[in-house]
Write a protein that binds this ligand. Structure first.
Ligand SMILES: C[S@@+](CC[C@H](N)C(=O)[O-])C[C@H]1O[C@@H](n2cnc3c(N)ncnc32)[C@H](O)[C@@H]1O
Length: 267
């Protein structure tokens, strides 16, 4: 069986991952990029990809995915998950640091880079974003997911932790300090500025989990389809977008004849 036969066979089995409020908006953005690239087998890099929640479905869709993660345990779980899904040969697990990709991934070789829920935990996000850009080929795309600051402020206030909410709102990084599980949180403009400073053009910004974390479990569990539809409807619309638990930025490394342009007016 040729490689193409194998990819076709795997693609025909691909039903896509189950969509949840955590993933639906991101997958709709990624699917648009995959569709744009037609039948091409893409080189995908998932930095801090953990146990492969995105890497494995992307491999099932016929792409080659390298996951660079600092955690050997996460990579072991990823390798098992990929093998169980029948795509062990298309998922490459590499233990390493997000800001030292140059020695792990050929510069300019990646079509699509994912960096989800990582920039808020690393020591310094700037070299990580710079490393993502270096890994991308010109015209390649970046899917970046970061923790939202506004949702964390509101969440703490609604739980009665007004002091913590005030600290988080005032702290330049959007953290409550050394005991916070996250080192920083973002609003849309600050996240976009980080990506633009590294040379990316920000094309889209969506909110992920605008409502999901605010609803009583009975409502969320009782009407999952309606919740997904509402999350999709609100994801791109400020002010709802800006209150989401996470912000998803889709950006692109300009080709030689494009400069890093301004974010479109809707962003
Ligand atoms: C919150 S998890 C996110 C996992 C996955 N991207 C997701 O969205 O489900 C953060 C991941 O980043 C990894 N990580 C943290 N710091 C890192 C670094 N400096 N370089 C590479 N990976 C890192 C962790 O091991 C962990 O798997």
């Amino acid at each position: 069986m040729t490689r193409l036969d194998r990819v076709e066979q795997t693609r025909s089995r691909f039903t896509g991952p189950p969509l949840t409020p955590r993933t639906a908006v991101i997958w709709s953005v990624l699917r648009a990029e995959l569709d744009r690239r037609g039948d091409a087998e893409l080189t995908v890099l998932d930095v801090g990809g953990g146990t492969g929640g995105f890497a494995v479905p992307l491999a099932q869709a016929g792409h080659r995915v390298t996951v660079v993660d600092a955690s050997p345990d996460a990579l072991a779980a990823l390798t098992r998950r990929a093998a169980e899904a029948g795509v062990g040969d298309r998922v490459h697990a590499v233990q390493g640091d997000g800001d030292a990709l140059a020695g792990l991934v050929e510069p300019g070789s990646v079509d699509l880079v994912l960096c989800h829920a990582v920039l808020e935990v690393v020591d310094d996000p700037t070299p990580v974003v710079e490393a993502l850009v270096t890994a991308l080929r010109p015209g390649g795309a970046a899917s970046v997911l970061v923790a939202g600051r506004a949702a964390a402020v509101l969440g703490r206030a609604m739980n009665g932790n007004l002091g913590s909410a005030a600290t988080l709102a005032a702290d330049p990084a959007g953290s409550t300090g050394p005991r916070d599980t996250l080192r920083r949180r973002y609003d849309a403009e600050r996240a976009a500025t980080l990506l633009r400073a590294a040379g990316l053009t920000v094309e889209e910004i969506h909110g992920v989990r605008v409502l999901a974390d605010l609803l009583p479990a009975a409502v969320a569990d009782g009407a999952p389809a309606a919740l997904l539809e509402l999350e999709r409807a609100l994801a791109a619309q400020p002010p709802y977008r800006d209150l989401a638990a996470q912000l998803h930025l889709f950006a692109r490394r300009p080709t030689g004849n494009q400069g890093a342009g301004p974010v479109p007016p809707s962003v």
